[in-house]
Design a protein around this ligand. Structure first.
Ligand code: F6R
Length: 614
């Protein structure tokens, strides 16, 4: 969490940094700040609130500077307020720092520094780090670079930092461990940022700073990359594929709505080059070298968090149903702390939109140490998780900016679906004709998703208006649609702040049924072919207790239509592909309820898009 951006060059730093912070605001938005090198001084402006509050705060104040850095915060240590906002100064105000991550041993260091006379103004771990750098520099009378390297060797935890020094208006320092940092190389100008989005309109040439690496950028002298052990590295300069229009709302009111509407395209892009609809074959290039490991795996462990964990649950059904490989789906955060049994014939699949989620990253590091094969399903190219995996497939959903994940989920599910079909076929668990039939049907999914968005949007909007003031929602689903019920409930919770629970429909009678009364909207995802009669019974159980049923059904399902108060019809498909369709009306429902309640859909309270703390 937290977004950092910095600039050194010939242009004005302030507008570039502010614009960059707006792009990074999805990473955190409880306070923001900027540091500018001005006539031999470092000026810091910071405030509680969003980047727009920072913009208002600096209006009319002097901002002339060609070296600057900014930060948008998601609080970990210390409440969100002006004082805890970044940048932070060292004691003598010679050095300023911005930081994304957590310094885990900050308390010990703070105690030590306090004894040596340091006075801290904030509750942050970051201020401790900048005081530590200052302490080393003062003690050893050394350069900032040397002090920085030494300090980074003393701290534990995670960081992406940018540091500037009052006495040196021509140098900017960046470093990372566990949190992302990208260097953009322009013509006589350089950028540092948490991801490439603030950089893309100025240059396509970037270097993803590696683990425990430091970059030193000189205004007129290029940059050097080294490890924190002071070993020089040869930078690998890559060309960005990101396009500027991908980062804009393109006429939609919110990024979330744009991203819901993008799904026909993002699903297609995730299939492109993999699913060949002409000769009905599948190819997963990124897995080639390790495909024998997956095909012969004793079991598959899936680690992920949040929405990505829900995609993992869909994959459990897919791999067990089609490929007959046992699957366990784990919350990454629990997995790593419970001494899991892992062996060399296990395949661990990490699913992550951002590729930066700290819990997922730590889980795969642990599994790797124990000899498992690690496969990544990530959306952000060059992020940390893909670097730690043996192989993987990117989801080509494009940048997802709305904090609530939508198109990333369907892209993850489609990639996992292709994997499961491919592995099932290679293991001889499905026939050639079933293999081809599945591919032909999968190829129709983008058009069906488009049809759902176009045909259900207005109806869902009306349903949202009716139920937007409900205090609780229940989401029910069976089989492949159980993870969809969980995902629908999560979407509603995170952007509308309405309490919602997802439940396996049959499990309802073991407890949650007590909640049902005439005030309880119950969303039933009822597109199943198998256990169809059972889901009808579950709907009847809700109706009998006066619950208000909103059912997602397959077109022409007259039985559920006669029972439910509202039915949202979607096209039929293979049961194993139904999550790709049934989730769409649930995304729209949560969106329109949140809009109806006047909530900040793209930046819900307390959340951040990239969760780089454990
Ligand atoms: C929900 C949501 C979160 C993320 C979770 C994992 O809409 O966005 O639950 O799914 O934080 O993030 P990634 O996929 O980046 O690892």
């Amino acid at each position: 969490m937290c977004g950092i951006v910095a600039y050194i060059g010939k242009n004005q730093a302030c507008p570039i940094v502010i614009k960059g912070l707006q792009r990074l605001e999805y990473r955190g938005y409880d306070s923001a700040g900027i540091a500018l090198m001005q006539e031999g001084d470092i000026t810091v402006y910071k405030t509680k609130g969003k980047v727009s509050d920072l913009q208002s705060f600096i209006e009319g104040k002097p901002t002339d500077s060609t070296l600057g850095m900014g930060h948008t915060r998601w609080a970990t240590h210390g409440v969100p307020n002006d004082v805890n906002a970044h940048p932070h100064y060292s004691g003598n105000k010679n050095i300023a720092i911005i930081h994304n991550g957590i310094i885990e041993n900050y308390a010990v260091i703070k105690e030590e520094l306090t004894k040596r006379g340091h006075v801290f103004h904030s509750d942050t771990d970051t201020e401790v780090l900048v005081h530590l750098i200052e302490e080393i520099q003062n003690n050893e009378k050394c350069s900032l670079e040397k002090a920085l390297l030494e300090a980074l060797n003393k701290v534990t935890g995670a960081y992406a930092i940018v540091v500037m020094e009052r006495n040196d208006p021509n140098t900017l320092y960046g470093a990372r461990k566990g949190s992302p940092l990208v260097l953009g190389i322009g013509t006589d100008e350089y950028f540092l940022a948490s991801d490439a989005t603030p950089i893309v309109e100025y240059t396509k040439n970037v270097v993803y700073i590696g683990e425990e690496e430091v970059v030193v950028i000189k205004r007129d002298g290029g940059f050097t990359l080294k490890t924190i052990q002071n070993v020089e590295k040869t930078p690998y300069i890559q060309e960005l594929e990101l396009k500027l229009e991908m980062l804009e709302k393109g006429g939609y009111e919110h990024f979330m709505l744009k991203e819901i509407h993008e799904q026909p395209r993002s699903i297609k892009d995730s299939m492109r080059g993999r699913l060949n609809a002409v000769d009905n074959t599948l190819k997963l290039g990124g897995l080639k070298e390790y495909e024998h490991k997956i095909i012969n795996a004793n079991r598959i462990l899936i680690v992920a968090c949040g929405t990505s964990w829900h995609a993992g649950l869909v994959a459990e059904y897919l791999f067990e149903d089609l490929a007959r490989i046992p699957v366990e789906v784990e919350y990454a955060s629990e997995f790593r702390y419970r001494n899991p049994v892992i062996n060399e014939n296990d395949v661990v699949i990490a699913i992550s939109q951002s590729g930066e989620t700290a819990d997922s990253l730590a889980a795969i590091k642990l599994a790797k140490e124990k000899g498992a094969t690690i496969i990544g399903i990530c959306n952000v190219v060059g992020s940390s998780i893909p670097r730690e995996t043996h192989a993987g497939s990117y989801t080509h959903a494009g940048p997802e900016i709305g904090v609530a994940s939508t198109k990333a989920f369907t892209a993850q599910v489609v990639v996992l679906t292709m994997m499961a079909i491919y592995v099932a076929y290679k293991r001889g668990k499905i026939t050639e004709s079933k293999y081809r039939q599945l591919i032909i049907e999968l190829d129709t999914i983008p058009d069906k998703v488009k049809h759902i968005i176009d045909s259900t949007n207005e109806q869902v909007k009306k349903i949202a208006e009716i139920y937007k003031n409900a205090h609780n929602f229940l989401y029910l689903g069976r089989g492949y649609n159980f993870p969809v019920a969980l995902e629908g409930a999560l979407k509603l919770k995170e952007i509308s702040y309405i309490h919602a629970e997802g439940y396996p429909a049959a499990e309802m009678k073991h407890g949650p049924i007590a909640l049902i009364d005439e005030n309880m909207p119950v969303v039933v995802v009822a597109t199943n072919h198998s256990a169809y009669e059972k889901i009808i019974s579950n709907v009847q159980e809700v109706v009998a207790r006066k619950g208000r049923v909103i059912a997602i059904v397959t077109k022409a399902d007259d039985i559920i239509k006669s029972l439910a108060e509202h039915v949202i019809e979607i096209p039929d498909t293979e049961e194993s592909f139904s999550p790709l369709l049934s989730v769409i009306p649930l995304q729209l429902l949560s969106y329109y309820i949140a809009v109806g309640l006047g909530k900040n859909v793209d930046q819900p309270r307390n959340l951040a898009k990239s969760v780089t703390v454990e």
